[in-house]
Design a binder for this molecule. Structure first.
Ligand SMILES: Cc1ncc(COP(=O)(O)O)c(C=O)c1O
Length: 428
């Protein structure tokens, strides 16, 4: 069944899969195999040099993963996608693939693990990261663009303060300077926001979060728009002749999707962070209910954010759909249905009270994931964003008293009552 032009709910269940191609199996089968029969040496010659596209070895591709890749590409309007073993593999591979031998400009409003890569890994692998303090300050980007700048990297909805990137303006600036815009769209998911429709060239996801949605697996994806020209001189890596590709460049071998093709044929082949087919299947299960879960999480998160805002022990709530948020206008422009289940707030009290508050929660689970069916709580400055020094945390909008909530699918009133009793116990 062709699902092109179908609605989001239809595509999240059907895109990229036809039972007729899989022994009429209603569920996407888990192709639990290391490798695929090459049949003849003549055919092997073509497949191993990527002259003929066929499954070869699960490190670089597998049919279960292939359905996931096609499904997420369809949901986001991408021409191609590649699945990876984690969201962090997706972030790192995307930055390295775009930035090789040059510089990438990135924003400080970012997941702590990504920030750690900026400081401790990418520069030593040949990619220097230049940081802007404010994701929406175009002058800061302009001042940092150098001849060897290769890309701009941002989060569409940032973790944990839900800063909303003014993506159309940032994409226009990137393109004026011959740079692709890479965005992490993990918090929004393709249900709330399709970055490619607003100018992004590359989209990365942690599928660990709301895409899979049940806190059961780790996974990631990189998608590409197919619109960016990597042949204009700033990205020589796409023109480099490769013996593996039959003495062709990746741009020649895969002109429609060179970015993800290079991730597959070089990064997955060499660095090997491949998603297991079982985890691809789990993500596909989650994606079937993505719209329902994310809408409910967004609605509950707004209700809880509004409740928190009037609580005397709360100094500030970070949730871009609140009328008080500096990001409300951008949230309404880009994410009219909601911004997702993640919010954070500043506890108006001591660290001792924060520890008592967290210890007192009953429904919320204390751990570092997000986008789960369960509601989660975490003191971000000491956990998910501990990689940022305190001065950098403050620039990114995270104070020592920031607490992050990931709202799940429980009754919103029960979650509010849980927070209420935890506040009471924290003050005893
Ligand atoms: C926005 C964002 N991107 C990427 C990642 C990394 O994903 P993973 O944990 O799947 O490696 C995370 C993890 O928390 C995240 O919040």
């Amino acid at each position: 069944m062709s699902t092109e032009q179908k609605g989001f709910a239809t595509q999240q269940i059907h895109a990229g899969y036809n039972p007729k191609d899989h022994n009429d199996s209603i569920q996407v089968p888990i192709y639990q195999t290391t490798a695929f029969d090459l049949r003849t040496p003549e055919r092997a010659d073509k497949i191993t040099s990527f002259q003929e596209v066929a499954f070869l070895y699960t490190r670089v591709g597998n049919p279960t993963n292939g359905v996931l890749e096609q499904r997420i590409a369809a949901l986001d309007g991408a021409v191609a996608a590649v699945s990876l073993a984690s969201g962090q593999a997706a972030v790192s591979y995307a930055i390295l693939n775009a930035g090789e031998g040059g510089r990438v400009i990135a924003a400080k409003q970012i997941y702590g693990g990504t920030y750690e890569g900026y400081q401790s890994l990418f520069p030593y692998l040949g990619v220097q990261i230049d940081l802007v303090n404010d994701v929406n300050n175009l002058d800061e980007y302009r001042a940092l663009i150098k001849p060897d700048t290769r890309a701009i990297y941002i989060e569409t909805v940032s973790n944990p303060i839900t800063a909303i990137a003014d993506i159309e303006k940032i994409a226009a600036l990137a393109h004026e300077n011959g740079l692709p815009l890479i965005v992490d769209n993990t918090l929004a998911t393709p249900y709330l926001f399709n970055p490619i429709k607003h100018g992004a060239d590359i989209v990365v996801y942690s599928a660990t979060k709301a895409l899979s949605g049940h806190g059961a697996i780790i996974g990631g994806l990189i998608l590409e728009s197919g619109k960016f020209n990597y042949g204009a001189g700033k990205h020589p890596q796409f023109q480099r002749i490769s013996h593996t590709l039959g003495n062709r460049s990746v741009a020649e071998a895969f002109p429609a999707f060179p970015f993800t093709a290079r991730i597959r044929t070089l990064y997955l082949a060499q660095l090997g962070a491949s998603l297991s087919p079982f985890n691809a299947y789990q993500i596909l299960q989650g994606v079937e209910t993505l719209n329902l879960r994310v809408q409910r999480q967004s609605d509950s998160a707004l209700k809880i954010a509004q409740w928190l805002e009037q609580h005397p022990k709360v100094r500030k709530v970070n949730y871009a759909k609140l009328a008080s948020s500096p990001f409300k206008a951008l949230a309404d422009k880009y994410l009219p249905k909601g911004i997702g289940g993640l919010l954070s707030f500043e506890f108006n009290g001591t660290q001792e009270e924060i520890y008592k508050f967290i210890n007192a929660k009953e429904i919320f689970s204390y751990h570092a994931n997000l986008g789960d069916a369960r509601s989660l709580i975490i003191n971000s400055p000491k956990n998910t964003h501990r990689e940022l020094p305190e001065s950098e945390q403050l620039i990114a909008g995270i104070t020592p008293e920031t607490i992050r909530l990931s709202i799940g699918l429980e009754d919103a009133d029960d979650l509010i009552n849980d927070l209420k009793q935890a506040f009471e116990k924290a003050l005893l």
